[in-house]
Design a binder for this molecule. Structure first.
Ligand SMILES: [Zn+2]
Length: 112
């Protein structure tokens, strides 16, 4: 499986570390109360199909990515930088599609 890092291009899965549901990026504030904190800490979706996941490009550019992956086929549907995420974790769409012009090319390589 290859993951299309927006900064590095398509890279081997072994360069990345999965961190689970991308909803983890949207931690509720203290004002949300204990039920929201419980849901954030303990409740996870387990979808059969497209799922937004948080991945860390540990052996590459050290960027945090939102990878949209079909959990039934393992097909990667897209990836975007987590720092650019404005969806609140609700959208299954990624900003970068495999096979786009960045392809396998090596980007200039800055850390994010
Ligand atoms: Zn990268």
């Amino acid at each position: 499986m290859r993951i299309p890092c927006p900064l590095c291009g398509a890279r081997d899965l072994r360069e990345f570390t999965p961190w689970g549901d991308a909803a983890l990026m949207h931690r509720p504030g203290f004002e949300a109360g204990p039920e929201a904190a419980h849901a954030y800490l303990h409740l996870r979706e387990n979808p059969a199909g497209p799922h937004r996941e948080l991945w860390y490009h540990e052996l590459g550019c050290a960027a945090w990515l939102i990878v949209t992956r079909n959990t039934l086929t393992h097909e990667v549907l897209g990836a975007s930088l987590a720092m650019d995420d404005r969806t609140g974790g609700a959208s299954p769409a990624g900003d970068y599609a495999p096979g786009s012009p960045a392809g396998d090319s090596q980007a200039s390589g800055g850390r994010t």
